[in-house]
Design a protein around this ligand. Structure first.
Ligand SMILES: Cc1cc2nc3c(=O)[nH]c(=O)nc-3n(C[C@H](O)[C@H](O)[C@H](O)COP(=O)(O)OP(=O)(O)OC[C@H]3O[C@@H](n4cnc5c(N)ncnc54)[C@H](O)[C@@H]3O)c2cc1C
Length: 454
């Protein structure tokens, strides 16, 4: 078939590739999405567990009201109603056996709603709470006046600058930083934390709300995005491994070569794969260009997720933060998923982000760590029997959020005229999250459409 100006190949079927493909399909482009795995979803996927009859997400994914690009994508594919929106931010934090305090936003309009939450936060003294609010305001001032300075600083150094004490760090700043940036505060870029804080807490009240999927992650967006692309005359092909590119004499990409020997031509190409996969696709000559060679500097950071099925429910809460234990978050899937398996009354998922010290341990050992933390924090769990555990280690869960990696993130527009990049690791100003993936997908689609003149 002859290649037309509106033929696009998107390589990678995660949030970035599918959001780029859906945006272009809606504008009349004929899109072919190639995904190497047997199913779409990339690093945000779910599967059915036959033993329990439950769905399992590779790891609990939390969105927030400030994920505007993601919500736009889910609206586009008709999937927003698969999300649960908390009206406000309300997080229960445990600092020892049953020692709970809530971060609950007040009814005031944003950004004053957060002051209400912090002023009532019971894990800190009155003085610590006031210093915490003052620290947040100073961070926003630094973000306005000295972004470059923040981009060179780690989160821990920023805390020194803001005069934040150990309790404020352990009970508020570090749980927030590790959950959103996925690494140790000593290593993570302060600029990324400031951006998260601005979007989530220093904006509208609705932007602070916790949001998560009531269905398995794959069911949230993969099928619906694929259908939109199909309906617009495109195609979504799984088990299609892109292996390299053929170039024409002007240095533009003519076609993508597939592992099965096939070849697919198009006018434009979006590569929406993790950095290491991009490097495998490019010819060696491309690495002479600093735009591409910089990508080699990107480091990654792991996440460990443990899913436990128990003989009883041990908490009514949908999610709980743990302070001071290796396990950082508990998610009660019985309160999150709308469809339940019948074989185990309790189903909890636990997250250890920035899990460098844990990711190489054996699965049994990791399950024990989590069970120990659960029993230490929630007394009702002490007599509960564990019926089944699944441990999922994502060794390269996200790019590392250190200042050097952050500076090495490329833009969507590349030096190759008809090649655009997408992925959570593209420079969006955000940490590597779903929102960054979708923002990059939309940016790549917009740049491509502008070039084609659509
Ligand atoms: C355990 C875990 C928990 C997380 N929690 C959160 C959270 O709470 N909130 C949040 O916002 N984010 C979270 N994230 C991050 C989020 O999952 C990612 O930011 C997002 O899924 C990245 O999407 P992507 O499309 O950029 O990349 P990917 O999802 O990695 O998609 C890239 C796709 O490209 C495919 N591919 C690679 N090479 C080729 C090739 N040669 N040919 C064809 N296809 C190819 C891959 O198979 C993959 O499907 C979490 C991540 C993990 C791992």
């Amino acid at each position: 078939m002859a290649v037309e100006a509106k033929d696009v190949v998107v390589i990678g079927g995660g949030f970035a590739g599918l959001s780029a493909g859906a945006a272009l399909a809606e504008q009349g482009f004929r899109v072919a999405v190639l995904e190497s795995k047997p199913a779409l979803g990339g690093r945000a996927y779910s599967f059915a567990d036959d033993d329990t009859g439950d769905f399992v997400d590779n790891g609990q994914h939390v969105l927030m009201g400030c994920y505007h690009e993601t919500l736009r994508f889910l609206d586009r594919i008709g999937a927003r109603d698969r999300l649960i929106f908390h009206r406000d931010l309300e997080i229960e934090m445990l600092d020892g056996p049953g020692r709970r305090a809530s971060l609950r936003t007040s009814r005031l309009p944003g950004p004053f709603h957060m002051s209400g939450a912090l002023l009532r936060y019971g894990h800190l003294t009155a003085g610590e709470r006031v210093r915490l609010i003052a620290g947040g305001m100073r961070m926003m001032a630094l973000r306005r006046r000295d972004r470059d300075g923040l981009a060179r600083m780690s989160v821990a150094e920023l805390m020194d600058t803001l005069g934040q004490g150990e309790r404020a760090r352990q009970c508020f700043w570090y749980p927030l930083a590790i959950a959103t940036l996925n690494d140790d505060p000593e290593l993570s870029s302060a600029a990324l934390l400031a951006e998260v804080l601005k979007r989530a807490f220093f904006s509208r009240r609705a932007d602070s709300a916790f949001v998560y999927s009531r269905v398995g992650l794959s069911d949230l967006y993969c099928g619906a995005a694929g259908k939109l692309i199909d309906r617009s005359g495109g195609v979504v092909a799984t088990r299609s491994i892109a292996d390299g590119f053929d170039f024409d004499e002007s240095g533009r990409i003519a076609a993508v070569r597939l592992r099965d020997g096939g070849r697919l031509g198009a006018a434009n190409f979006i590569v929406a794969v993790p950095p290491r996969n991009l490097l495998k696709l490019l010819p060696e000559t491309a690495m002479a260009d600093p735009f591409f060679s910089r990508v080699c500097a990107l480091q990654s950071s792991p996440i460990v997720c443990v899913h436990l099925w128990l003989d009883r429910e041990v908490t009514d809460s949908a999610f709980v933060g743990f302070i001071g234990t290796p396990t950082q978050w508990l998610f009660n899937k019985r309160r999150i998923f709308e469809r339940h398996g019948e074989r185990a009354p309790g189903y909890l998922s636990f997250v250890i982000s920035g899990a460098r010290k844990f990711v190489d341990r054996a699965n049994d050992e990791l399950a024990e760590v989590v069970v120990k933390d659960l029993r230490a924090m929630i007394p009702a769990a002490r007599d509960a029997r564990v019926l089944k555990a699944i441990v999922i280690k994502e060794k390269q869960a996200t790019i590392a959020p250190d200042p050097l990696s952050d500076r090495s993130r490329p833009a969507a527009i590349t030096p190759i005229g008809n090649l655009f990049l997408a992925g959570d690791w593209i420079q969006t100003g955000l940490p590597a999250t779903i929102e960054s993936a979708v923002a990059s997908g939309h940016a790549a689609a917009a740049a491509l459409a502008a070039r084609v003149g659509a």
